[in-house]
Design a protein around this ligand. Structure first.
Ligand code: NAD
Length: 329
């Protein structure tokens, strides 16, 4: 069996090679992303493996179907980049619903601690023998209120981590889960009372730009916003305005609305043409990481194991209902 693997990075390969060898899959790693121009590279392959910034619109889905690709396996949890209507009846889609909620939740806390205690700046200063503390003051997380939007696997782990820091936790979820024991409130109350807001919901029509000028206007002055979910949960232009006006005190962004053109690639020798991204990165109270919250050895191993299991079960006629992505009724 042959798998065409798009947007491949060197850190993907060891795990996938190991699990593929166990089940006699041949993997062709393509560095290029999957899109209208590259879909034909899947000719002759039984399956396609894609990641968060691959394009799976109806043109690409139809092309893969014409080429005889039988199944699409996503090596990620989110599937907002897939046109599920186009896939219906043509291309079954599987994903990795959970690979390490700890990886993402711990990264969210890492970003919060970094931006708050300025460890990224202290590191650079002391390497230059500059031992001044000017401008490095943060605030205690203990006793602060964190608002968590989306209390699924990652949101719940993040809540536990915040609990360990002695923070008060407010939660909002479209489908509250009483078994979490979290204090659920309506969104406006969460916006009004939180010192820190962390996004852990999926990107849907409901949640697109959930952080915008109107929601920011409800928030405390100086609020810190963390987004490790999907870029388009935040209206970037509104966030920049609020950062400039000091309404928002800090932003920790592992994802960005237009990240597809930049993230995972090295632009260090280039003029980056995205003015919003450049503006964000220029601000001392903003930290941007390149959609890396998932990147732990445990998560990479789970991603490879689940993806190869999704393939093996599909071709054995026993598809895993827990990992199949279906259109909502
Ligand atoms: P999950 O499905 O376990 O939890 C998502 C939660 O969001 C659920 O409780 C759901 O009820 C809730 N939700 C759905 N619609 C909502 C709405 N309109 N408003 C508020 N809450 C809503 O998912 P998870 O594993 O916790 O992952 C959460 C998100 O994290 C994913 O959708 C993905 O976008 C993102 N993610 C990012 C990375 C990364 O590397 N940065 C890695 C994995 C996942």
């Amino acid at each position: 069996m042959k798998l065409a693997f798009f947007d491949a990075k060197t850190y993907d390969m060891p795990g996938f090679d190991r699990y593929a060898a166990e089940s006699a899959w041949e993997i062709k790693y393509y560095e290029t992303r999957l899109n209208e121009d590259t879909a034909s590279l899947a000719a002759g392959y039984d399956a396609v493996c894609a990641f968060v910034n691959d394009t799976l619109n109806s043109a690409v889905v139809n092309r893969l179907y014409e080429l005889g690709v039988k199944v699409l396996v996503l090596r990620c949890a989110g599937f907002n980049n897939v046109d599920l209507n186009a896939c219906q009846g043509k291309l079954p889609v599987f994903r990795v619903p959970a690979y390490s909620p700890y990886a993402v939740a711990e990264h969210a806390m890492a970003l919060l601690l970094t931006i708050n205690r300025r460890t990224h700046k202290a590191y650079i200063r002391t390497r230059d023998f500059n031992f001044s503390l000017q401008g490095l003051a943060g605030f205690d997380l203990h006793g602060k209120t964190v608002g968590i939007i989306g209390t699924g696997k990652i949101g719940q782990v993040f809540a536990k981590i915040c609990g360990g820091f002695g923070m008060n936790i407010l939660a909002y979820d479209k489908f509250p889960n009483p078994s979490t024991g979290l204090n659920y409130v309506e969104l406006p109350e969460l916006f009004q009372k939180s010192d820190i807001i962390s996004l852990h919901c999926p990107l849907t029509e409901d949640t697109k730009h959930i952080i915008n000028a109107d929601s920011i206007a409800m928030m405390k002055n100086g609020v810190t916003i963390i987004n490790t979910s999907r870029g388009a949960l935040v209206n970037t232009q509104d966030l920049i305005q609020a950062l400039k006006a000091k309404q928002v005190g800090a932003a920790c962004l592992d994802v960005y609305e237009e990240e597809g053109s930049f993230f995972y690639e090295d632009f260090s020798g280039h003029i980056v043409r995205d003015d919003k991204l450049v503006r964000l990165i220029s601000m001392p109270n903003v930290i941007v990481s390149s959609h890396q919250a998932f990147l732990t050895t445990e998560a990479l191993d789970n991603i490879a194991a689940t993806t190869m299991d999704n393939l093996n079960r599909f071709f054995a006629g026993d598809p895993n209902p827990a990992t199949e992505v279906r259109l909502q009724a």
